[in-house]
Design a binder for this molecule. Structure first.
Ligand SMILES: [Zn+2]
Length: 122
């Protein structure tokens, strides 16, 4: 097998595989195409932490969930990887809900409106 320098096929593949190719926050199933394209790896520890690059402290996350709380400072002292995911998860899911609400009103809603207008034109 060729070696890849990108995340999905290269350095993140082992982490994603360990986590079942699923986002640890929302459960996006990367075993399905094209969901896999939206997976990334999430460092649970901040830049500068001695364990930041320890694979135990890196988890599979979809791109949205990975970036949803990027600027939040978490209490990481003496926490296991599972505890760190559990700490972050409710905040990520709340952010997803905010975006879902916007999408329902501004994206799906306007598309439905366009479809309805289209039918009125027929
Ligand atoms: Zn996700």
């Amino acid at each position: 097998m060729p070696s890849f320098t990108d995340a999905l096929r290269g350095y993140a593949h082992t982490i994603l595989k360990r986590d079942g190719s699923r986002c640890r926050y929302c459960g996006l199933d990367g075993t399905q195409w094209p969901n896999w394209l939206y997976l990334s790896w999430d460092h649970l520890l901040p830049v500068g932490h001695p364990n930041r690059n320890n694979p135990d402290f890196i988890v599979a996350a979809c791109r949205f969930c990975n970036e949803a709380c990027n600027r939040t400072v978490w209490d990481v002292a003496n926490k296991t990887p599972d505890q760190l995911v559990a700490q972050k998860k409710p905040h990520v899911l709340a952010k997803r809900a905010e975006y879902r609400s916007f999408w329902e009103q501004e994206v799906r809603g306007s598309r439905l409106g366009e479809q309805l207008r289209g039918k009125e034109d027929v």
